[in-house]
Design a protein around this ligand. Sequence first.
Ligand code: ADP
Length: 631
Amino acid sequence: MNVLIANRGEIAVRVARSVHALGLRSVAVVTAADAGSPHADAGDVCATIGSYLSAEDVLDAAARTGATAVHPGYGFLSEDPAFARAVVAAGLTWIGPPPEAIALMGDKARAKAAASAAGVPVVPEGAGVFPVIVKALAGGGGKGMRVVRAAGELGAATAAAQREAHAAFGDDRVMVERYLERPRHVEVQVIADRHGTVAYLGERECSLQRRHQKVVEESPSPAVGAALRARLGAAAVRLARACGYEGVGTVEFLAADGEFFFLEMNPRLQVEHPVTELVYGLDLVELQLRIARGERLPELPTQPRGHAVEARLYAEDPAAGFLPATGTVRRYVEPLGVRVDSGIRLGSVVGTDYDPLLAKVIAHGPDRATALGRLDRALARFELLGVTTNAAFLRALLRRDDVRAGAVDTGLLERVLAEAAEPPPEDLLPAAVLAAAGTAHPAGPWRRALAGHGEARVRAGVVTAGARSWRAALRPSADPAPPLGPTWALDESFAVRIALDGIERRYCAAVTEDTIWIARDGHHLELRTRRPARGGSAATAGTLEAPMPGTVLLVHVADGDTVASGDVLLVLESMKMELAITAPHAGTVAGLGLVSGDRVALGQPLVAVLAEGDDPPPPAPATEPSVGREV
Ligand code: ADP
């Protein structure tokens, strides 16, 4: 078999690993936006395509490269029955369930009817009772869903769900079912060969979700014992049998008050499949390949061994309402002792074209507490600079008492967002200032910026930033040691030990001409030099950007005010420090959309000071995060 992997990112890399482990060849596909990414290198050969969503492009790549089979991964074309049929029609092996099963499960109403017919409990219809949830029949990725709490809101919510469903899936049909309060999301891994054997591999608990998208998953579920596992498993197997299932699939349930209800079935490999692999000691992609080759399922374990937890590392900024984050990866060191499924490496450019999932960190242990502890440590040791991630947010979540106790439900994460998105620790700022000052450019931009900043400086072993100062000492770290001095070059990353007021810690840092990233223990800070306010394109002339993420404390001016050079325009609070934003030159204030209490992201335009002849700045961009692709 020569397997074309019709996907990108971590899952394409992960599928290639199992293809090669079986001694098979692989074909990667890559778009121009992804050129040079790890998944392109993971294939024995790589073909360029226009889009991962184009069946035509993928089939053309298969023909050009002599591929004989197609693995779709998750997302993109994986749940498109027409694509599965086209693969088979082209004489290739489809590594997935029969197209009819995909089509059935792609329609939530038909899938529910099939589950009911197979004797699997389903979420009750919503007629006349509240609350209810309106759902797109073609839904996925949490899109096209609206919760309705009173009869009067049903019409508007239905219309909104229909609009969203039409835009996302080109299909505006919706259904209504009872909305369960605080349920758990528990899903069963099923697997079926082409000889009539259908089995289940326990369950995964996926209740920690944001916007109906999973963030942390584990197996087994802390709420499922051997007896319930057997009932859930039997129900899932009945459904898989009833729809002639082949390959791996996931039957999702909502569990509440000791009961469970069928939610949907995903006819593909799931993002969170590694937790099942770790506790059952299996390679699900290898099994998919064997099933597609017509082999019989081997003897499978019946109970999980130990406990596994996965955290999804996303390129997003929890401090800025989870806005998608972009950038170039400036440092990349994976932690040891855990499994990391990653789609990025040093130098990767993270944009907004695709899903923000960067990597999955999966820890296994003899018991749940050990697995959670290992995952927390691994997230602390994951050195990733240049792109803001949710690492610190994940750590705060994993250390909550309710999460540790396994007392989770699908609404928990959203209820605790504000608590979990805590600001970075205070020592990051002086550490960043110290690391930046060590850059080996005597008259370099950081020296100038720090000296001219008036807010941060390093002198005689003391770092001063704002109104605070710290006694500081800096020692090379072992891996790798910077040259003694210590100084380092621009555009390099390094690890360093910094003592502040007598406490020494290990940090990693990267410095470029206008930005420094510093991180420890999953917390990170990105700091920009104060950019000259003039220059750049005409549209941005005079615009001042936030040098750090923070909160607007005071606004001293209004649009149209005349200011002199050095006048204070507004005051930000960042890392418990006040930061005055001053006029870089005389002019007129424009584009001020902020009020006291607003949160601002790093680099966000704050206000402009227009000199004579400047164009007014463009309106501030909307801060609503865009929804990622279905995973
Ligand atoms: P999608 O296909 O978009 O992933 P699902 O039907 O799988 O949508 O639901 C995703 C999530 O939405 C669930 O894990 C759960 O958190 C929530 N949800 C869906 N249906 C209900 C319901 N009837 N009651 C409560 N929560 C629900």
